[in-house]
Design a protein. Structure first.
Length: 209
């Protein structure tokens, strides 16, 4: 099988989702050992609906749910040697998602995403800051002028197309993987995805958010 004929699985992540962050290592390991190409896309979850709106408007049930979520994520992060700290606001992921698509289009996706996400989950990165994102792109080996031209000409269209692709495939949360029209929502379904790819069960330990 040549590269053009290689099987492809779509992979949707939300840069603000701790479960998306936790799935990256095991999913990329699965892609490597299976030989299946994972096509990575940004997804923007409606966290306001899912978790009770802005921080100051959440019910006691929503607060308890989020406290458990982050406690659970910290346990899972420890297994991978990662740090996850609870976010203090509902971040707008639009610009960062556009930057993700730009880095992907220039074959520097992980050089951009890996350090950015590690810093974000340590509360050391402003996901909404244009200057911080430009610095992250520069550190990934990308040209800022190229990024600015992309931002003006293509970024909005490309993000809308990515979100439309997710909707057409039936994606409703992140992380989600789609292989041969079958959805696998959450890192705890990587074992089922692995089976569909003809591989031994993937390491468990991440969920969905």
């Amino acid at each position: 099988m040549n590269e053009q004929d290689a099987a492809v699985a779509d992979a949707f992540i939300d840069l603000r989702s701790p479960y998306s962050y936790l799935v990256l290592q095991p999913a990329r390991a699965l892609a490597k050992r299976s030989g299946v190409k994972f096509d990575w896309w940004p997804f923007i979850t409606d966290f306001r609906s899912a978790y009770g709106g802005e921080v100051e408007h959440r019910s006691s049930r929503d607060v308890a749910k989020l406290k458990y979520l982050y406690m659970d994520c910290r346990r899972l992060a420890t297994r991978q040697g990662l740090t996850i700290r609870a976010t203090t606001k509902l971040w707008d992921a639009g610009l960062a998602s556009q930057a993700m698509l730009f880095a992907k289009s220039r074959n520097r996706l992980w050089e951009f995403c890996d350090p950015l996400l590690a810093a974000f989950w340590r509360r050391e990165f402003d996901l909404e800051s244009p200057s911080s994102l430009e610095e992250a792109l520069t550190n990934a080996g990308l040209d800022v002028q190229d990024w600015r031209a992309y931002l003006e000409a293509n970024a909005q269209h490309d993000l809308a197309a990515a979100l439309e692709r997710a909707e057409q495939l039936g994606v409703f949360g992140a992380p989600t993987f789609v292989y041969e029209e079958e959805l696998f929502w959450g890192g705890d379904r990587l074992d089922l995805l692995a089976k569909s790819l003809g591989q031994p069960s993937a390491p468990l330990g991440v969920d969905a958010g």
